[in-house]
Design a protein. Sequence first.
Lengths: 337, 286
Amino acid sequence: MAARLVRQTELAGWASGALAVAALPQVLSLFQVVQVTVFLIFAMLALSLDFIWGIAGILSFGQAALFGIGGYLYGIVGIDLGSTILGLPAAMLGSAAVAALIGYVAFYGRVGSMYLAVVTLTVTLILYQVMGSTADPKYAIGDARLGGYNGMANVPSLSFAGAGQALGPAEFFYVVGGVLFLALAFCLTLARSSYGRILQGIRENEPRMELLGYDVRWRKLLAFVIAAAVAGLSGALFASWGNFINPEVFSLPQAALVVIWVLVGGRGTLWGPILGTFVVQYLTSLLGTAGASYTTIALGGVLVGVVLLFRRGLAPALSEGIGRLLRLGTAAIAGRK
Amino acid sequence: MDQIAVTAIGVLFAVSTLALLALGLAIIFGMMGVLNLAQGEFLMLGAYTVLIATARGLPVWIGILLAPFVVGMIGIVLERAIIRFLYGRPLDTMLATWGLSLVLVGVVTVVMGPTTEGVATPLGSVEIGRYGVSVYRLVVIAISVATVLAVYVVLRHTRIGMIARATMQMPRLVAASGIEPQIVYAATFGVGAALAGLAGAVMAPLTGVVPSMGLAFIAKIFITVMVGGPTVLLGTASAAGTLGVVESAVAYASTPIYGQVAMLLVALVLLRLLPNGMSGLWRRGL
């Protein structure tokens, strides 16, 4: 009975999500469609962090960096080979390869969870400086100039038919929405498979899983690499969205933002961070008129506040609170009778 | 000959400043297990103390002396207000201090403006053969060495140092001996912050002062502390020695950016080989 209810709720969730994505371009203005597209792209990045952090319990500060690597690779492949379709797998593979290298050192060296967080953060910071120092025109791969802090311009938009026939804003919106749905379904399926169960076991008690005979090293590495591929894909879509990518994707506020999306949405649900992204990005866009410094202060404050007050994230705390209120309400009505 | 001497001073400068910059974090991490992501912002606050002091007409040296006290007080306030609720939750502490670092950068940008301000480098330079060497750099080397030695003496040979070490090992026994562990935690965090303030203040005349200046140092500091491992002084010194030489050698040969990249790669290899950090080799020590 309860299981059926859960299944029905989930089906309803998928259906309403699909309906929303299908209907939005018909309802919204062109500007809003473009805006929501980038929210969807960011949501995919948040999803990738939640997969390793919420499911496997590995906190990485480098998801934004893998996102950025994906974006740069998409730009390089798109500009040099003229094929944006090839850019997507190139971005996924490139980000996955970088993650495999870092993950190999971290998981096979059995460094602690704090060390992994610091290593990923350091890689992010150094990428920021390295990419920022490529302003000289000699730093180019083929025709793709890296451009230093100004970034790489002229990144081609995603197109299926070949150069010059890029997707329109609404079509691109549908592609991004579809990819996000696939990524969510993929991550959910994986989380519920036996492999996903083992990952959750590692999250809860790693030594116990090892004593039960599971090799946690390659399983954590694989989860890290899968999440990196998802992050790389979203980075490629981001570069296509703005026709542009710059080192800001490797900056600390950007890296913190990904963590905040997941924290606000609730860890381990996979769909929660998608909602979290929408809420946070919408609020930031409202704040944006006040100036970048105030946005940074607000984001930092949110990070401190959520960690201090709501350990499991904002959304679970909210839904728990509402549930308690409802129960109190029904109890009060029952009491009056 | 002159060139060798100048290069040696360069390497010594890289190693000793790396140790000075990392020392505060090494104390906070090594003794309390707290990885403070706002450490770079403590450096920045130290540098701003010097900037404000010199703008008021005080000598640079007074600013450098003031910085540890100012930043140490800020550290103690933040420890009481935020950090103390998060002991035993290392990842949450990282997230909270990260938020703190964003807030500090934002607030300083709003108050002081986003531009880079310079502090004049005092003392001029001396000639070594055909090369000129800034005297201030030599003084910085001396300050770094003196600070590391002072921390060693305090931790090893004073009653305060003993209480601090005891609190980190067995807080309940310390509490039973009539000393409040909470005060020791606050003081230790304050000392870590004060050392960052001193390091930032010392660097201010060399690097310029800007709200985001913590970023330039934070990667190096983290790598040094991670590679050093949890042993405060031995780890920091050996890691700073190794990584400082790597960084300055590569930076001489190419650019400072590649120096940092080389440092990161060496650190990754070292972490793979020595997961407990370099001080894991010695097992005991400070």
